[in-house]
Design a protein around this ligand. Structure first.
Ligand code: EPZ
Length: 430
């Protein structure tokens, strides 16, 4: 089984190009099937999640043409099936975006019910509430969600919780409903805005994305388009936290600094120096940082997808920090793995009390999910000695060439398949 082997101790120094936003790409790729013309999507992150979603899109008959690793053309004119089977949903939950896209376009769709995952139960009641409000009959039979409607008619929908997934899914279905839809208490993440901008580039009429009220006027047809996905704020934030944890100096390039404000402000509180330019942010943290408190919130609050990464950096500060996870009910599982590296973190409910230590010690750890996996790699790069990280398939879901980018910054990390290759790495590094 592939794993990372890491020798810690080198401060990470240099520049790293940030790729397209995974959580924008998944909504955009699904929305692309709503047109019967060719849609060209650029700056797509070449990660396992986008690969699987493209397989799902191809499996229903849409034409998918990879132009290069980060560019794809999709044409939804020849879709034969409206059923997305369990295999794809088990691999990535976000295949459920095809429910909103196909329901909007064909007024019918069937998608396997997504399960929970390592970070929480992740219900989809708000997705189904939105589809029903638009006039769809939605049933769940034998683990499949079936949605169909004679007509979809615009509605005034109030989300009970702020939910990225339901905002995107219902926005897609409403794009081709008759009349006006208003989404209240909508999520405001940059990737919501990106999906809305993409749909508008295909001829949709969506206003207010990025605020908590999104107004949609349904259209009959969506045309072809060319679109480039925004940079990934979470990939950028992951490298920014790696700079702090390894006492390094990293410039993340091809970013939108505005999207990183909550992360930047926390790193400043911790004592890092930050330099911003139009499309880059430089993080310098060559001395031990100060503690601070974090509460994850919907955008523009501190992102839940950055909680593990910043906790790793806080674990090396000269004091105690409090990290509160308010979005998911089980997002501290990785703390048990981090304890193997000598951390001093106490979790009570959805709050972690993090007492800084002088340094992590290398250990064998296992990634419990995507972002925690990336965080454990950061801990390994900051640690004294060798660390191995297992189950790196989680990390490969959302980070393109993660080990290559870290190596370019001076990180001593390699992806290996067995102990023999791990030994070879140790001999090479010494
Ligand atoms: C998206 O998940 C992201 N995934 C997650 O990123 C991210 O952590 C999350 O948004 C929050 O920002 C993708 O975009 C593919 P939600 P999503 O619906 O849409 C509750 C990563 O690492 N809720 O905003 O599933 C839910 O339980 C991944 O890239 C309902 O109660 O998140 C949670 O407590 C991990 N009913 C809260 O809302 C619903 O119908 C936020 O969930 C939907 C959600």
């Amino acid at each position: 089984m592939e794993q990372y082997i890491i020798k810690g101790g080198n401060p990470l120094v240099g520049e790293v190009n940030i790729g397209g936003a995974k959580n924008a790409a998944l909504g955009i790729l699904a929305a692309a099937v709503m047109s019967n013309e060719t849609v060209k999507i650029e700056n797509m992150p070449n990660v396992n999640d986008t690969k699987v979603l493209l397989q799902a899109i191809s499996s229903i008959g849409a034409q998918v043409q990879r132009i290069d690793d980060n560019t794809v053309e999709i044409n939804g004119s020849n879709i034969q099936s409206l059923c997305i089977d369990d295999g794809f949903i088990r691999k990535i939950r976000a295949s459920y975006y095809l429910l909103g896209a196909l329901l909007g376009k064909y007024k019918k769709a069937r998608v396997a019910l997504p399960g929970g995952c390592a970070i929480g139960s992740r219900p989809i009641d708000q997705h189904l509430k939105g589809f029903r409000a638009l006039g769809a009959k939605v049933t769940i039979e034998n683990g499949m969600i079936k949605a169909e409607a004679d007509r979809l008619v615009g509605a005034h929908i109030y989300f009970d919780v702020v939910t990225v997934g339901a905002t995107i899914n219902v926005m897609m279905a409403a794009t081709m409903a008759e009349g006006r839809t208003i989404l209240e208490n909508a999520a405001k993440e940059p990737h919501i805005v990106d999906v809305a901008n993409f749909l508008n580039s295909m001829g949709a009429d969506i206003r207010g994305a990025g605020t908590d009220v999104i107004r949609i006027r349904g259209v009959h047809r969506l045309k072809g388009a060319e679109y480039a996905i925004i940079p990934d704020q979470i990939e950028a934030g992951t490298f920014m936290c790696a700079a702090v944890a390894t006492k390094g100096d990293i410039t993340v390039k091809n970013v939108i600094p505005k999207h990183l404000e909550s992360i930047t402000s926390k790193l400043l509180e911790m004592g890092a120096q930050i330099e911003e330019s139009d499309d880059a942010v430089r993080v310098v943290a060559t001395r031990r940082c100060h503690p601070t408190n974090i509460k994850t919130l919907p955008y523009p609050g501190f992102p839940t997808d950055m909680q593990p990464q910043i906790l790793i950096a806080l674990g090396l500060c000269d004091g105690t920090s409090i990290v509160t996870e308010s979005i998911f009910e089980n997002r501290f599982k990785y703390v048990d793995e981090l304890a193997r590296m000598g951390s001093n973190v106490k979790v009570e409910g959805n709050t972690a009390f993090v007492t800084g230590i002088s340094e992590y010690r290398g250990a064998n750890v296992t990634a419990p999910d995507l972002r925690a996996g990336a965080a454990l790699v950061i801990a390994g790069l900051a640690a004294e000695g060798y660390t191995t990280v297992d189950d790196i398939h989680f990390i490969q879901r959302g980070y393109e060439n993660f080990e290559g980018k870290l190596r370019s910054l001076g990180g001593m990390i390699e992806k290996v398949n067995n102990d023999k290759e791990a030994q070879k790495f140790k001999l090479k590094i010494g």
